[in-house]
Design a protein around this ligand. Structure first.
Ligand code: GLU
Length: 334
């Protein structure tokens, strides 16, 4: 355990959105995400009082499968308002684990701050046997008050690990060690409130990001399409017909897709729809012009981003440009 600090404790703004960390097990097999308030979660971890003065705000109360652009906007605004206050050392956000990586990456692209912004969640409901939420929250607060966490962008803290927003992904449906940063090293470890940091993040984020949220217009529609053997044109055409301004293909292998689907994507790109090739494999780099002639077809390669993060970057990228070459530069920079 860290020792109590001398002098006034740092102030942390704790923004709550729900998730299993606020979940309550029900009588049967299941549980209800987002059942508990943030006040209840903080009250369950009295040890937080040795780390920080915590100001709480319930921004939403949902399972993160229900995360929306509206909640993302609210979170971004509330996090930005918090870090604008020089008395606030950092922001912690409690969040369901299902889409935590998307929210973390989104915030890492739109939050203008050097201060720590840390997301945390839990795999077990708050009232489950050996719940992981209390220690994850303790570690998240400990990371957010640490000067060494500054300028590292948005972080995800869970299961004693600290992950960069760009690298982290959920890899397991139920187990505590679900978060992995398989492409890169961890940002660090958090051992019972003692953070240890390793390498810095590799790409642009937060204070160095060029993305801002358009105030009055909704973000453009971007759909993810999962490729498979025997795939035809239908889903690609349906997405374009539904108004998609961008498509992220969770391609087979190195971001590949078969001839009929490829032809549909080429037709979409010709109409001005941005087509990003990512991979369904869960690892590796999708490079340009390997088996698919991206230059000729006007496609974009996702580099290391998984499909869900490629969707976040493409959504924000499309608020700046529709030029595939300029969009490609974003995928090499962020
Ligand atoms: N579906 C829930 C959510 O993402 C449960 C997952 C969790 O929080 O661990 O909010």
């Amino acid at each position: 355990m860290p020792r109590p600090l001398a002098g006034p404790l740092p102030r942390i703004r704790l923004l709550a959105t729900g998730g299993t960390i606020a979940g309550a097990q029900t009588a049967g097999r299941g549980y209800r995400a987002a059942a508990l308030s943030i006040e209840a979660l903080v009250a369950a971890v009295p040890q937080l009082a040795i780390l920080a003065q915590i100001e709480v705000e319930q921004v939403a109360k949902l399972g993160s499968q229900d995360m929306t652009e509206a909640v993302w906007r609210k979170l971004a605004a509330r996090a930005q308002a918090a870090v604008a206050d020089p008395a606030i050392a950092g922001v912690v956000i409690t969040h369901g684990t299902d889409t935590m990586e998307e929210t973390a990456y989104f915030l890492s692209l739109v939050a203008r701050t050097e201060n720590p912004v840390v997301l945390d969640g839990a795999m077990r409901p708050a009232n489950a046997m050996s719940a992981d939420g209390p220690m994850n929250l303790f570690n998240a607060i400990a990371v957010a008050i640490t000067p060494a966490a500054r300028s590292r962008g948005v972080l995800v803290v869970a299961n004693d690990e600290i992950h960069f927003a760009r690298e982290v992904t959920k890899t397991n449906t139920t187990q505590l060690g679900t978060f992995h940063s398989g492409q890169r090293v961890l940002a660090g470890l958090a051992n019972a409130g003692r953070p240890h940091f390793y390498a810095p993040p590799v790409r642009r984020h937060t204070a160095a990001s060029e993305f801002t949220l358009p105030a009055r217009t909704a973000l453009p529609r971007v759909d993810i399409i999962f490729a498979h053997a025997g795939m035809d044109r239908a889903l690609i055409e349906a997405a374009v017909a539904a108004g998609a301004r961008g498509l992220v293909i969770a391609g087979v292998g190195d971001g590949n897709l078969g001839a009929p689907a490829l032809a549909a994507c080429a037709a979409a790109a010709k109409k001005g729809v941005a087509v990003v090739r990512s991979s369904r494999t869960g690892g590796g780099v999708v490079e340009r012009n390997i088996e698919i002639d991206d230059d000729r077809l006007g496609f974009i390669a996702a580099d290391e981003l998984n499909p869900e993060k490629a969707r976040v970057l493409l959504t924000l990228g499309l608020t700046r440009t529709r030029d595939p070459r300029a969009l490609q530069e974003f995928f090499l920079a962020y």
